[in-house]
Design a protein around this ligand. Structure first.
Ligand SMILES: [Mg+2]
Length: 191
């Protein structure tokens, strides 16, 4: 058993997941604007199914200001969420709830990561959530800032997107959600 497995096996931990670049293929600099554009990252559904056994709650927290910009409608985002949740169900995985911050960066600083709004909403919905017994998994420094401000452990997925001045906010680093899940579930550290 590795240190992280040991730590979370002691009490009920929750898992917060960013969406783009973690669960699904990052849409470049743009937005996933419809279910057709949403493409699961390789192995992410299997990873979710494995992680289900280890965490009390699994939540998705995603900034989607494409809605605020008018590039998609709230109904498009809802359709994407439905597609996600049905794929998750079919894979035998589980996500308690998907939280989205749809406002613009300049006027939604509380709800948008790194603001704490979506985590506070989740804690209200699921009183069993404790931030200091939670892990935030994301692919940008915004995710790392969000998690560390709330006292969560942070996991960075992928290579880039974090300026060196934010490295101290990163507790663990993996190439993909699949690698993180392998580490958590099987104790395997992929090279
Ligand atoms: Mg992301």
């Amino acid at each position: 058993m590795n240190e992280l497995q040991r730590q979370i096996s002691r009490s009920n931990w929750s898992l917060f997941l960013d969406r783009d670049g973690v669960l699904n293929v990052r849409p470049g600099n743009g937005y996933v604007v419809s279910p057709q554009h949403f493409q699961w990252a390789e192995g992410s559904l299997e990873a979710l199914a494995g992680l289900k056994k280890m965490f009390r709650h699994i939540l998705v927290v995603t900034n989607q200001q494409g809605v605020g910009k008018g590039l998609m409608q709230a109904s498009d985002l809802e359709a994407i969420n439905r597609k996600m949740l049905s794929g998750i169900r079919e894979a035998g995985a589980h996500v308690d709830k998907i939280y989205s911050a749809t406002g613009l960066r300049k006027c939604d600083s509380f709800l948008r990561k790194p603001g704490p709004g979506m985590a506070l909403e989740a804690a209200e919905d699921f009183p069993g959530i404790c931030f200091t017994r939670s892990i935030m998994v994301g692919d940008t420094f915004t995710d790392m800032l969000f998690g560390s401000r709330l006292g969560m452990l942070t996991v960075l997925i992928g290579q880039g997107n974090v300026p060196s001045s934010y490295y101290h906010l990163v507790d663990y680093r993996f190439a993909s959600l699949r690698d993180f899940a392998n580490f958590m579930v099987k104790g395997i550290q992929n090279p």
